[in-house]
Ligand binder design. Structure first.
Ligand code: COD
Length: 304
């Protein structure tokens, strides 16, 4: 079973207490508006971390009363990041979310060996998209953290995404390993990785999902394209997750979906002790609220 849409993230609200979500440096109106919506919906208790004057300035004209929010008051950029991560790693908060901070700065803090959120597992970024013309939700990984993953990193990126799909109720997610072609070509190393990952799945080295590749984007997502190429596979045409060869392919594909197609999505970093929400500063504001909802949803499965 695939996910039809992301609305279910909002359905169980009220059954559980709102997640405590620390937003690091919410110095732009979109973060404040998303925090206000998440609070109004009852899905999050946002904790605003940073310089109170800058937070107040960002809230100006949004209609959101930031005085009603919990805060971590800290004017220094690095200390504000550190205190945000520590609030989550100490268990005082459930989810970490990026505001106006460089992604790499936040991720380095998340990876800090003393007070960060790292585990033995690789951290990776997963984004799910609602594309109405497709009629189902699918995800892309990793478009946000790992630059040029090798075979072992790709295995862990799949495992992180599969964990998230299991949280969301997809029992056996279908994972397509993307390339420009759907045959193994020794001049294209990502097709060799795709074949290896497929075999690792068949041999039980990657569990809880169905993996197939290499597949091209069209025949991974659309059954008629897979049929036209004569591809017989349990994944082709039905993929829930697209594993991309590197961060550039993922980022361009993701931004095409979000910006050109104006789709809504929800993004999360998995592999850490707690969910980390990392979204782009621009784009559909709804994506921030959906991402907070997915972070809150996942946090129920990741309590200490
Ligand atoms: N998961 C777990 N541990 C990791 C990971 C990971 N994905 N990446 C690095 N580590 C560990 C390493 O094992 C090591 O112990 C330590 O962290 C430092 O490793 P380096 O030297 O490779 O790390 P950095 O600091 O050079 O790079 C880590 C970043 C996360 C900053 C880097 O991967 C990065 O810049 N990623 C892209 C982030 C980005 O700009 N995204 C924007 C696109 S939207």
């Amino acid at each position: 079973m695939s996910l039809k849409n992301l609305n279910f993230l909002f359905e169980d609200l009220g059954k559980d207490k709102p997640a405590d979500i620390v937003i690091t440096l919410p110095y732009a109106s979109d973060s404040i508006i998303a925090a206000g919506k998440a609070k109004d919906l009852g899905l999050a208790n946002p904790i605003l971390a940073g310089d109170p004057d800058r937070i107040k300035a960002a809230a100006h004209g949004t209609g959101v009363d930031v005085n009603a929010f919990d805060r971590i008051e800290e004017r220094d950029y690095s200390r504000a990041i550190e205190r945000s991560v520590q609030a989550v790693s100490s268990g005082d908060a459930d989810v970490l979310m990026k505001g106006m901070v460089k992604t790499a700065d936040l991720l380095r803090a998340v990876l800090n060996k003393e007070w960060g959120l790292r585990t033995e597992q690789l951290l990776s970024h997963i984004m799910l998209y609602e594309v109405p013309s497709l009629g189902r939700v699918f995800g892309i990984s990793d478009a946000g953290m790992n630059l040029y993953p090798d075979l072992n990193a790709k295995k862990q990126i799949i495992e992180n995404a599969v964990t998230l799909f299991h949280f969301l109720g997809v029992e056996i997610p279908r994972v397509a390993i993307l390339a420009a072609v759907e045959v193994v070509n020794t001049d294209m190393p990502c097709t060799l990785d795709a074949a290896a990952l497929t075999e690792m799945n068949r041999r039980g080295q990657i569990r809880g999902c169905l993996v197939d590749g290499p597949l091209a984007l069209d025949n991974a997502l659309y059954e008629d394209c897979a049929r036209a190429k004569g591809i017989e596979s349990e994944v082709a045409g039905k993929a829930d997750l697209l594993l991309v060869p590197d961060i550039h392919a993922g980022n361009m594909l993701s931004k095409s979906i979000l910006f050109i197609m104006k789709a809504t999505g929800a993004a999360l970093m998995m592999g850490a002790r707690k969910p980390v929400v990392i979204t782009s500063r621009y784009g559909n504001p709804q994506t921030k609220v959906y991402s907070m909802a997915m972070g809150a949803y996942a946090s129920r499965f990741m309590r200490d």
